[in-house]
Ligand binder design. Structure first.
Ligand code: GH3
Ligand code: MG
Ligand code: MG
Ligand code: MG
Length: 307
């Protein structure tokens, strides 16, 4: 993929020299020019660049101010800026580097030096982008259950702690639904582990498909799932669980070769109500107790925790 580059300099002649030099070395595919810091800053906000070459002395917003503006923007901080300094003034260069410039080139510049310095910054930027991408992937993997692609327990506990805290502070209710597939061991025993896995994937997809964008569905353990429903009262959460219970009973596994499999779930529902002081563990415990009652009472049902 070709690089994109932004040249900020008040002199059109200098901009052309820079572009011609970098073009000869085939260092970029797309480029944009700006005549001062503010124009350059706007360009950088509108479009992503792999490297920015910025003059220091410009009327209006100069290079230092441009750096300061850029530093205030998280999304721009990773774009390397090479400062063009008119003078051989060491202090100015140090100040530029201190303020976040990645490198500097003294004007009038030597073409080979400019090419070399831009090339180094492009290489670093590419490595940095790759690292960021693999870090994002790692984070996603560490928060995701590999079988169902739902959030895993780790992510759930992080989210739940925040949501419980928010609910206690804002006094807006928060509901938690603990779901457990009934007699799931029988599914494995009767149809095999592979069908068991397919059942887990299907239930996960059903849960995910029924939720609002700000709800969270997670695989809590083997055949247990947890839903976190912000701004939801006990009765409303119970209705959600009831709907899911009915939908689960309608799932067909004929495609998996389990034509006669009728799957049911049990659920326990608990809430953080305004004025109550609970933590995430309390809430889980309450939902789990309600779920236990649902199992005791014959499964395939929803039980609300007593408020
Ligand atoms: P109950 O109605 O009381 O919940 O009975 P149950 O059989 O669902 O509960 P139990 O805890 O006895 O069994 C859960 C089973 O889930 C046992 C375990 O082998 C199975 N299991 C856990 N994780 C997975 C998985 O990733 N894939 C498959 N296929 N089975 C799993
Ligand atoms: Mg200038
Ligand atoms: Mg279980
Ligand atoms: Mg079970």
């Amino acid at each position: 993929m070709g690089h994109s580059i932004l040249i900020i300099d008040d002199s059109a002649v200098v901009r052309q020299q820079i572009l011609a030099t970098l073009r000869t070395a085939a260092l970029f595919e797309t480029h944009l020019e700006a005549a001062d810091g503010i124009e350059g800053f706007k360009a950088a906000l509108n479009q992503s660049f792999d490297v920015i070459v910025c003059d220091l002395e410009m009327p209006g917003m100069d290079g230092f101010k441009f750096l300061a503006m850029r530093n205030a923007r998280e999304d721009l901080r990773d774009v390397p800026v090479i400062m063009l300094t008119g003078r051989e003034d060491l202090e100015t260069k140090i100040r530029g580097l201190d303020q976040g410039a990645s490198d500097y080139v003294t004007k009038p510049f030597d073409p080979a030096e400019l090419v070399a310095r831009v090339r180094v910054q492009l290489k670093l930027k590419t490595l940095q982008d790759e690292l960021k991408k693999s870090n994002q992937l790692l984070l996603q993997l560490s928060n995701t259950d590999p079988l169902t692609s739902l959030h895993n327990r780790r992510f759930l506990m992080d989210t739940l702690a925040k949501e419980v805290e928010r609910s206690c502070r804002t006094e807006i209710p928060l509901a938690l639904v603990m779901i457990d597939i009934d007699h799931f061991k029988r599914v494995n025993d009767t149809y095999g582990h592979q069908v068991g896995d397919a059942v887990l994937v299907a239930v996960a997809a059903l849960l995910q498909g029924q939720l609002r964008p700000y709800d969270t569905a997670a695989r809590f353990g083997g055949e247990e799932f947890v839903l976190v429903l912000p701004s939801t009262e006990l009765m409303a959460a119970g209705a959600v669980a009831e709907r899911l219970r009915k939908l689960t009973a309608n799932l067909s596994f004929a495609k998996e070769g389990a034509t006669d499999l009728v799957l049911t779930i049990s659920a326990g529902v608990a809430v953080v109500s305004p004025g109550s002081i609970v933590n995430a563990d309390d809430l889980i415990r309450q939902a789990d107790t309600a779920l236990y009652r649902a199992k005791q009472d014959g499964r395939n049902r929803v039980v609300l925790a007593s408020p």
